[in-house]
Design a protein around this ligand. Structure first.
Ligand SMILES: Cc1cc2nc3c(=O)[nH]c(=O)nc-3n(C[C@H](O)[C@H](O)[C@H](O)COP(=O)(O)OP(=O)(O)OC[C@H]3O[C@@H](n4cnc5c(N)ncnc54)[C@H](O)[C@@H]3O)c2cc1C
Length: 330
């Protein structure tokens, strides 16, 4: 165990965590940032066009800039890269004052901190059907921005008709010969303008509604998928050489599921004014929260808010007055 007691432990290495770290450093807080890697989810994008201040930036360059920025505060930020947090628990609690310290456990050690900022983001949801795991990287893909060119001249299916699914179809129409969109529901929920646009392309062969994908088929590579029509129960096979799964994301909130309140989608519930969670001293920022807008700039703003709120909490905690430690209302 690192015997130091940090002021703030930040979990994550995306825009939310890096913004929180910069602000924590500027408040001179003794900070530890623990992340598996830097950059966050959009690292796979080769052209981000809405990161404020940059008309175009690749996800990789954004990651480098975020990392470089926090590495410019070596005197206050300790960085643990390549380390996975497995749990966070409250320790040494003064129940009367509702003040605790926290122990962060990782795959490599333990750290103690007075406050926590959870900025662990989200990961792609998977289908969870037979064959998916086996054919990952062999025709099953989760990032059209990264992988669409690999499917040049092929027949591909996009699972999911939300915005992500429609954008994936848009990417794929530039390369694939035939594109199919399958959606679980009975309507396409993605942006009507994008839908209108892609429907004009004759390579968009079919939009299949009420389709519950049940299996990924293949030999060495993907050769198709099975789906069931949820209305008629009829099972069908679609022959495709690629399957893009675009069915949303799952927040990386498991590490605090026993510590803070989550919503029905396992997102950490926060008070948007102060980035507070249901546990005093624990703050959350970015895609792991119930903020409806999942964007780089919003995550960075959330991270700033969480760091400032943690700073205010620490100032109040120094006084250790019951009034300063009232229960946190979401
Ligand atoms: C393909 C794609 C393209 C996108 N393009 C854009 C775009 O153009 N513009 C835009 O604004 N948004 C875009 N987004 C959305 C944007 O990427 C997210 O809103 C943003 O990354 C969220 O930032 P975050 O810091 O909250 O979390 P994340 O980016 O998810 O970062 C989470 C970080 O936490 C780390 N982590 C997770 N769990 C643990 C753990 N247990 N222990 C240690 N570390 C952990 C991860 O390694 C990662 O560094 C895109 C998303 C995707 C998937």
């Amino acid at each position: 165990m690192d015997s130091a007691l940090f002021d703030v432990a930040i979990i994550g290495g995306g825009p939310a965590a890096c913004a929180a770290a910069v602000y924590a450093a500027r408040k001179n807080l003794k900070t530890i940032l623990i992340t598996e890697s830097f950059g966050g989810q959009s690292i796979v994008s080769d052209n981000i066009q809405n990161w404020i201040g940059e008309a175009h930036i690749s996800g990789m360059d954004l990651a480098k800039k975020l990392e470089a920025h926090i590495r410019s505060y070596p005197e206050v930020i300790e960085i643990r890269e390549g380390e996975k947090v497995t749990s966070v628990k409250a320790i040494d609690c003064d129940t009367k004052l509702r003040v605790c310290d926290f122990e962060v456990t990782t795959d490599k050690g333990f750290y103690k901190s007075k406050t926590i900022i959870i900025a662990s983001g989200a990961r792609r949801r998977e289908l969870g059907v037979p064959g998916e795991e086996k054919y990952k990287g062999k025709g099953v893909a989760y990032c059209s921005t990264c992988d669409a060119p690999l499917f040049k001249g092929k027949k591909v299916a996009v699972i999911g008709g939300g915005n992500a699914g429609l954008e994936a179809a848009q990417d794929l129409l530039q390369y694939a010969n035939e594109v199919y969109i399958l959606d679980f529901g009975d309507t396409i929920k993605g942006d009507p303008k994008t839908l209108e646009e892609i429907k004009k392309d004759p390579k968009l062969k079919e939009i299949i509604l009420n389709a519950a994908t049940s299996e990924v088929l293949g030999t060495d590579l993907v050769s198709g998928l099975k789906y069931k029509n949820r209305k008629s129960n009829e099972e069908k096979t679609l022959e495709v050489g690629g399957i893009f799964v675009e069915i949303g994301s799952t927040p990386n909130s498991e590490i605090v599921k026993d510590l803070v309140q989550l919503d029905e989608h396992n997102q950490i519930m926060v008070n948007f004014q102060h980035a507070r969670t249901s546990h005093p001293g624990v703050f959350a920022a970015g895609d792991v929260t119930n903020d409806p807008y999942k964007q780089n700039n919003i995550s960075a703003g959330d991270g700033v808010r969480a760091a400032l709120a943690a700073y205010d909490y620490l100032l109040a905690r120094q006084k250790i007055s019951p009034a300063a430690e009232e229960p946190q209302n979401l």
